[in-house]
Design a protein around this ligand. Structure first.
Ligand code: ZN
Length: 223
């Protein structure tokens, strides 16, 4: 763990920290991203940055409110920064050459996350992508992020194993997405965000049988 303090933080407005938000940096390289996240003029930060080689940089103390989520919503909560830990994974992102997250980076993320989940009461359904909480604005960490192996092998987050189902009427699907946590003001954006996380091989934005089966499986896990 390398200390790289950022000035961009403030007191939390929530006593409870129950979300983990994962990002990619979406910049050409790691040093540039670290510089930006530590620049007082940008007013952005995260608690941690993980380089592709697995080095972990600590920018903001977990007790403080880092500025990573921006405008967003999850399960009706809109002050995500006050309730979450934010981790940035170095990756050029969709704009500059999106590529798979290397094993050393994911291994470091798993180790870091294990500690975070011990220190804070974060339920598996609240381990989310930035795109999950801001579906109209964000794509990160995106469809190459290994959500499935994190959940199935390491117990971090959820992964649905649901058979395809006949799609219910659209309002029922949207109610299900909203119940799981999504802001469904833009239904297609919410569906794409869901697919990026839980059915990442096909981002159609359509409520097809496979997507609906996976949503149903997640809602069952919650009960
Ligand atoms: Zn982000």
């Amino acid at each position: 763990m390398i200390l790289r303090p950022s000035p961009n933080h403030e007191p939390r407005r929530s006593a409870i920290v129950d979300m983990l938000v994962l990002h990619y940096t979406g910049m050409l390289d790691g040093p540039g991203a670290l510089e930006r996240l530590c620049d007082p003029a940008t007013k952005v930060s995260a608690h941690y940055v993980i380089e592709e080689d697995g080095r972990v940089f600590a920018l903001v103390d977990e007790s403080r409110r880092a500025w990573h989520a921006g405008a967003g919503s999850w399960r009706g909560e809109t002050d995500i920064n006050s309730r979450s830990i934010g981790i940035e994974l170095v990756n050029p992102g969709h704009e500059f050459g999106y590529r798979p997250f290397p094993y050393p980076q994911i291994d470091a993320l798993i180790e870091l996350t294990r500690g975070i989940l011990v220190r804070h009461p974060i339920p598996p359904r609240n381990v989310v992508a930035h795109a999950d909480i801001a579906p109209t604005r964000k794509e990160d960490p995106g469809e190459l992020f290994p959500w499935q192996s994190l959940a199935e092998i390491h117990g971090i987050g959820l992964w649905p194993c649901g058979e395809p189902v006949e799609p219910p009427p659209v309002p029922v699907i949207l109610a299900g997405l909203a119940h799981y946590g999504y802001d469904v003001a833009d239904p297609t954006a919410a569906l794409v965000a869901f697919q990026r996380h839980f059915r990442p091989w096909s981002l159609t934005g359509e409520a097809d049988p496979e997507t609906c089966g996976r949503l149903r499986a997640l809602l069952r896990v919650m009960r």
